[in-house]
Design a protein around this ligand. Structure first.
Ligand SMILES: Cc1cc2nc3c(=O)[nH]c(=O)nc-3n(C[C@H](O)[C@H](O)[C@H](O)COP(=O)(O)OP(=O)(O)OC[C@H]3O[C@@H](n4cnc5c(N)ncnc54)[C@H](O)[C@@H]3O)c2cc1C
Length: 421
């Protein structure tokens, strides 16, 4: 049986980042942290010149965390784009007028509002950083978990056994490890799919993330560095299936119409992928010698691109809490783990509820006036607007010290953030 300080199941961005942080923050020595995953290769191979269909809008807090973990510096510059503005509007309003809300990095004293990063590049570099830090990668399926007084024993599908002081489940929404550990979840399906594709538009995206709330669901255009935009278009499952069956020209025409022609004619340049959407949250985040992280703990509607950002903040909070515990040996300390649960569960539930509320408010035809007035009102009240912007940048709440106040990197002053704590 091989023995580790921390065993992480799941080699997604969250699992890989957590593994790197444990070594980077000197909580565990190289060779003492392992990631177990059924597969480490990218989900689907493609030529380097192609773009993965999955892209992530990453907040400032995520950027800082990925710098600490060692992944940020190696992200290829042609697979990421800073976005400087955001425009959100109701289908009956106008993108820059009535019923709209806008954010501009210049108004906030920020260099940008965040980055759009290609999924495959992010996945690759987070895992590479983990391997470079000395994290052990074990390709196998988890078959069983036995929690004891002094540690956890994990049996793998190929018959091997691993021992660890702490087991972290970062194996996504359908986490098998969460199931084996008997954590309960709650939530509901949205009965919606998100269609994802990259499109060329007649007008330039102006480094702006555009989001139009249609009665059928939100439609977002995220700016890519090659001038195209990545769309995330959520709608009822049957309608999503109908649109996916259209040929490229008909899909482009439907998209152009749904976007209110904000960027002119849209031309589809990739296949269209589809993701089922649900709200799901674990009732507990920690158990004896076990922790849930990322989508294994919470899955939210993608309308504000927050899921991964929340998962990375989980990594930051767990790292902070474990640092307070001191050296290895404290990894399984339940009181310590509960601190992580307290800080992240409430933040994540708040975000999930806010996104769920937005989805409900904007879907359907009523109450149209209220939602249009709401967006316009927020746009005109600088205090609320700033609060929203800070939240989107990931710079609010109980941020760990090592993510606060990176000198010179943010116009949102470090001392103001510290005072709020
Ligand atoms: C359409 C869409 C758009 C989105 N856009 C954004 C965005 O712009 N910004 C943002 O922050 N978030 C976004 N999200 C949310 C984001 O995708 C997730 O929150 C994020 O991928 C969660 O990362 P994770 O590492 O926790 O889980 P996952 O990415 O699901 O990774 C889990 C890993 O565990 C592995 N695994 C699964 N089961 C097992 C097992 N039994 N044994 C071993 N390994 C296993 C998987 O192979 C995978 O590698 C979006 C979501 C959707 C659906």
């Amino acid at each position: 049986m091989r023995d580790f300080d921390v065993l992480i199941v799941g080699a997604g961005v969250v699992g890989a980042t957590m593994a790197s942080l444990l070594v980077a923050r000197k909580l565990a020595a190289p060779g003492r942290v392992a990631i177990v995953a059924e597969r480490f290769a990218p989900a689907y191979p493609m030529p380097e010149s192609e773009w993965d269909l999955r892209v992530f809008a990453l907040s400032r807090a995520s950027q800082r965390l990925l710098k600490v973990s060692g992944a940020w510096a190696n992200l290829p510059s042609d697979k990421m784009a800073a976005y400087e503005r955001m425009r959100v509007w109701d289908a009956r309003g106008e993108p820059r007028g009535r019923g709209s809300l806008g954010f501009d990095c210049a108004e906030l004293g920020e260099p940008n509002l965040g980055f759009i990063v290609e999924g495959r590049a992010l996945q690759h570099q987070t895992l590479r950083a983990a391997v470079a830090a000395g994290v052990v990668c074990i390709e196998a399926a988890v078959a069983g978990v036995a929690v004891g007084e002094s540690g956890v024993r994990v049996s793998l599908g190929d018959g091997r056994e691993l021992g660890s002081q702490l087991l972290i489940a970062a194996d996504g929404t359908a986490s098998r490890t969460r199931e084996l550990l008997r954590f309960e979840t709650a939530g509901h399906a949205y009965h919606q799919d998100a269609l994802v594709a990259h499109v060329r538009t007649a007008r330039p995206h102006e480094r702006t993330a555009w989001q139009r709330f249609l009665p059928t669901g939100p439609l977002a255009f995220l700016p890519l560095p090659d001038g195209r935009s990545s769309i995330v278009w959520s709608m009822a499952r049957a309608e999503a299936a109908r649109l996916r069956a259209l040929d490229a020209a008909a899909f482009g025409a439907a998209l152009t119409s749904a976007s209110g022609e904000v960027l002119g004619c849209c031309e589809l340049t990739t296949p269209v992928a589809s993701f089922p959407l649900k709200l799901q949250y674990a009732l507990d985040y920690v158990g004896p010698r076990a922790v849930l992280l990322g989508d294994a703990a919470h899955a939210v509607h993608p309308l504000a691109g927050q899921g991964l950002n929340l998962g990375l903040l989980d990594c930051a909070a767990l790292t902070e809490v474990l640092s307070e515990g001191g050296a290895a040996g404290f990894f399984g300390e339940h009181k310590l783990l509960r601190r992580y649960e307290r800080s992240r569960r409430s933040e994540n539930l708040l975000a999930a509820a806010a996104l769920d509320g937005l989805e409900r408010l904007f879907s359907g035809d009523d109450p149209l006036r209220m939602r249009m007035a709401g967006l316009g009102l927020v746009d005109r009240v600088p205090f609320i607007k700033r609060q929203l912007a800070e939240r989107a940048l990931g710079l609010t709440g109980d941020l760990p010290g090592f993510l606060r106040g990176e000198a010179g990197a943010s116009g949102l002053k470090a001392d103001r953030l510290s005072r709020r704590r």
